[in-house]
Design a protein around this ligand. Structure first.
Ligand SMILES: Nc1nc2c(c(=O)[nH]1)N[C@H]1C(S)=C(S)[C@@H](COP(=O)(O)OP(=O)(O)OC[C@H]3O[C@@H](n4cnc5c(=O)[nH]c(N)nc54)[C@H](O)[C@@H]3O)O[C@H]1N2
Ligand SMILES: Nc1nc2c(c(=O)[nH]1)N[C@H]1C(S)=C(S)[C@@H](COP(=O)(O)OP(=O)(O)OC[C@H]3O[C@@H](n4cnc5c(=O)[nH]c(N)nc54)[C@H](O)[C@@H]3O)O[C@H]1N2
Ligand SMILES: [Mo]
Length: 763
């Protein structure tokens, strides 16, 4: 290994400016912000062309979030959104990272850039290799890169020494081919970003409702009487969801927001596609705001359910949906008995929400039948992440609010095809019927032993048991918990390979050798042997549709993810009977194979060509429960108690308004009034005063999980309306504090929203 010093973090302050947090989302400032971004980084004609095609039928799927598109009419302006435009500007940037860039800057030089600067260096242009002991990446021919990968993979003692990560932008076609290669090679080591994201939802929902996905459609949101949004910040992370919430309100629906922070997008929203509303001032979205303490959600939900149980006692037969409970559920008596053991006042105080608000929410739940609960990372990234989701399900089941119009579960996914990747078999714990189908269709013998998820993959590399790390997209180093630990794990491998569109810190913290394989993005044209190809993606509501890029790729050397997998398979597998070349030349052939392997994809090629695509089957939507009991299961989950000693705080790590996960678009968090700085810690003013501190004070943060001291140095205090005892920082700057061994029960999702820390001021 070379002796150059690679920086894992960048501590430079950029100049914090604080303003009042906003109470309104979107509107004109959002348009100005995205136009600025596009103008700065993109060719103006490209920007215009793309804005008309974004999320249109026959257009391309926005590489931003997984929010669904309307089934019927779509806005002529494109299903426009500020952060979608930023995601596109990031990918379709004019700048490119060529061999000259890598010749000029050593890996150590680049590691001294901030993540913002690394991202802004441009699109990756050609395959690069970092040879053992070298200080600089140098160009490598594609053929030689594949040979290098094949040599290292075939030299391992067991295929289980290789780890294949996936981020959630990979199309269905690329994901299917990728897992087919990995299983032909002989391992189920397929950790993915979902392990750090909605895994708790998948585990919680599968056990209770028999399907790891949500049950509602976009139309259900429009028709709901009550939508409760828990642990989610759609104004920033799913801006097009605000339009659906507005429609719900126009139809008379009510919205409850459960969040430690008063997030701007949920308070008030101005539709950027409606000039009239922009002048009138928009819709106030939230009717009831419940400011829970961090991880107060089980307590909050139990308090509501206790109130419902009490109302039912006073009006027998009137509050709970007994027909539904009797016909469709299992375990109700046990659940109720367990619930009643809980003291309502204790639940209320653990939730941090005032009793009057709990009563108001309980009454809304009791008097409306069409109830939807939406959630994202605020519920999943906790020790009790699975418990959080199961309590959401308990509440819906009590009211029969699932499997009917306007009601059900709505886990709002992150990456634009994270749900599709899982459907395609990107999973470390695949089910037997899926593997048996793969064997049958492709004449392979897929391994049965389950593989590593993200946390166990890091542990395996650290222990020297994971020797080759391959990533289909993503930024594993910065997205994973415990950044320094993960860095050591990656540096312990023989080879790290990244298939990427943009440069990121994972390319700098490498194994003995490293490869960067540059690929086409969502917005690029994809021409293969049989002509121009399209791919397909599954959105958050189980709709599969096509996506076709329209821009000339930034460099002729780029390959599609599908082509990279096929060529890697050809180089690595000596006796494969899979037609890799044929499938890479014409993606219809991959879709034919998917149609034969995965239920719900019959006639895939025909149905995906229909404008708007098709819905996948969803048992919970039809009240068909694919669970062990054949019914929807009630469960019991204890209220977690987070004991804080003096000087300890519960930290959640969040996204700012100017980032896409580890990609930093800009330095502002406009809605929260935090400008030009990311190394900040939001604190309640009382907590700040109690320590004798002040705004912009420089502090160091420490976590002490299981007796191990972890540190993240140099953060600036920002006074913020956050519950006392809770603090918030941005992801990924605070990831060094998230302990590798602190993860959710059953789902192994790192507890990125629940880190106990101490804070010291820097004198
Ligand atoms: N522009 C943009 N869009 C994105 C992304 C992005 O980075 N940028 N990321 C994508 C991805 S991969 C994902 S997974 C989603 C993430 O979407 P979100 O889950 O909305 O993202 P976070 O910033 O993690 O926000 C979590 C929210 O949960 C709240 N919260 C934290 N802890 C708790 C708690 O204990 N209880 C409750 N009730 N609330 C809590 C926080 O205050 C915050 O509002 O967005 C996707 N879309
Ligand atoms: N502390 C903390 N940690 C977290 C979270 C948190 O809330 N707090 N959130 C977690 C969540 S929800 C998630 S989903 C993960 C995200 O983890 P990842 O998905 O691993 O991270 P991203 O930042 O989305 O990955 C960005 C990189 O993907 C590459 N890329 C972009 N588009 C494409 C493409 O089309 N093809 C290919 N091959 N590459 C592409 C680019 O090179 C870019 O640098 O992070 C998790 N980590
Ligand atoms: Mo995510």
């Amino acid at each position: 290994m070379s002796t150059q010093k690679i920086e894992i973090e960048n501590f430079d302050f950029t100049g914090l400016i604080l303003k009042e947090p906003k109470e309104k989302a979107v509107g004109l400032p959002a348009i100005i912000s995205s136009v600025k971004q596009a103008a700065k980084y993109m060719d103006p004609i490209d920007a215009f062309k793309l804005s008309l095609k974004i999320n249109q039928k026959g257009g391309f799927d926005c590489p931003g979030c997984a929010w669904p598109d309307p089934d019927d009419d779509r806005s002529a302006l494109g299903e426009y959104c500020e952060n979608g435009m930023k995601a596109i500007a990031e990918e379709a940037t004019k700048k490119s990272v060529t061999a000259d860039f890598f010749a000029e800057y050593s890996v150590a030089d680049i590691s001294r850039f901030s993540d913002f600067e690394i991202g802004k260096s441009g699109r990756l242009a050609e395959p690069m290799v970092l040879r053992e002991g070298a200080t600089h990446y140098e160009p490598i021919a594609w053929e030689d890169a594949f040979k290098l990968i094949a040599k290292e993979l075939n030299a391992l003692d067991s295929p289980n020494e290789a780890i294949f990560y996936t981020s959630g932008r990979t199309s269905n076609e690329a994901a299917y081919l990728y897992q087919l290669f990995i299983r032909s090679y002989g391992t189920n080591n397929l950790p993915d970003c979902s392990n750090m994201c909605h895994e708790s939802s998948g585990v919680g929902l599968s056990h209770t409702l028999g399907i790891g996905k949500g049950s509602v459609t976009l139309n259900d949101l429009h028709e709901a009487e009550v939508i409760m949004i828990m642990g989610q910040n759609p104004g920033t992370n799913h801006p097009r969801m605000l339009g659906a919430l507005e429609k719900c309100k126009q139809n008379g629906g009510k919205i409850i927001t459960v969040n430690p922070l008063p997030e701007a997008g949920l308070l008030n929203f101005t539709d950027p596609q409606s000039p009239i509303k922009m002048i009138q001032g928009g819709t106030s979205l939230t009717d009831v705001f419940a400011p829970v303490k961090v991880n107060g959600d089980v307590a909050f939900l139990k308090a509501i359910m206790l109130k419902l149980a009490k109302m039912e006692e006073a009006n027998p037969g009137k509050i709970l949906d007994w027909d539904f409970i009797k016909e469709h559920t299992h375990g109700f008596d046990n659940f109720l008995e367990d619930l009643k053991k809980e003291d309502v006042q204790h639940a209320i105080s653990e939730s941090g929400v005032e009793e009057s608000i709990i009563i108001e929410v309980a009454e809304m739940m009791a008097t409306n039948d069409k109830i939807i609960i939406c959630w994202a990372m605020g519920l999943t990234q906790h020790k009790n992440g699975v418990g959080n989701i199961q309590e959401v399900v308990n509440l819906l089941l009590m009211r029969g609010a699932i499997g009917k119009t306007g009601a059900g579960t709505c886990p709002v996914r992150g990456h634009s095809n994270v749900q599709g990747d899982r459907t395609m078999g990107i999973w470390e714990s695949p089910k037997e019927p899926f593997l048996a189908a793969l064997d049958r269709v492709h004449s392979i013998q897929a391994p049965r032993e389950h593989g590593y998820h993200v946390v166990s993959a890091i542990e395996a590399m650290k222990a020297g048991k994971g020797k080759v790390f391959f990533a289909m997209g993503g930024n594993f180093l910065s997205a994973s918990p415990d950044t320094h630990y993960t860095a050591e794990a990656l540096q312990n491998t023989k080879l790290t390979v990244h298939v990427s569109t943009k440069l990121n810190r994972s390319h700098l913290v490498t194994g003995k050798q490293a490869l960067i394989l540059p690929c086409l993005g969502r917005t690029d044209k994809d021409v293969q042997a049989d002509g121009e190809q399209f791919v397909s993606c599954e959105n958050s509501m189980g709709v599969v549709q096509s996506s076709q890029g329209i821009l000339t790729p930034p460099n002729v050397l780029l390959k599609s993810e599908v082509a990279i997998v096929a060529e890697m398979a050809l180089a690595t597998l000596s006796d494969s009977r899979v037609n890799w070349i044929g499938m890479a030349g014409n993606y219809d052939k991959i879709r034919d194979a998917i149609g034969q392997t995965i239920p719900g994809f019959e006639n895939y090629n025909e149905r995906v060509r229909k404008p708007g695509g098709f819905y996948l089957p969803n048992g919970a939507r039809e009240r068909v429960w694919d669970t062990e009991t054949g019914k929807a299961n009630f469960t019991t989950n204890a209220i977690p108690h987070n004991e804080l000693k003096k000087g300890e705080y519960l930290m959640m790590t969040l996204r700012s308004h100017d980032q896409y996960n580890t990609t930093v678009y800009g330095l502002d968090d406009r809605y929260r009034g935090i400008y030009n700085e990311r190394r900040i810690v939001m604190m309640n003013i009382k907590d700040i005063k109690a320590r004798g501190w002040k705004e912009k004070q420089v502090v160091n943060l420490f976590s002490h999980f299981n007796g191990v001291k972890r540190e993240a140095l140099k953060f600036l205090i920002v006074p913020y309306p956050i519950p006392e005892g809770n603090v918030a920082t941005y992801f990924p700057e605070a990831n060094p504090l998230v302990p590798i061994d602190s993860f959710a029960d059953k789902s192994h999702t790192p507890t990125s929203k629940l880190v106990i820390i101490t804070i010291n001021s820097v004198i």
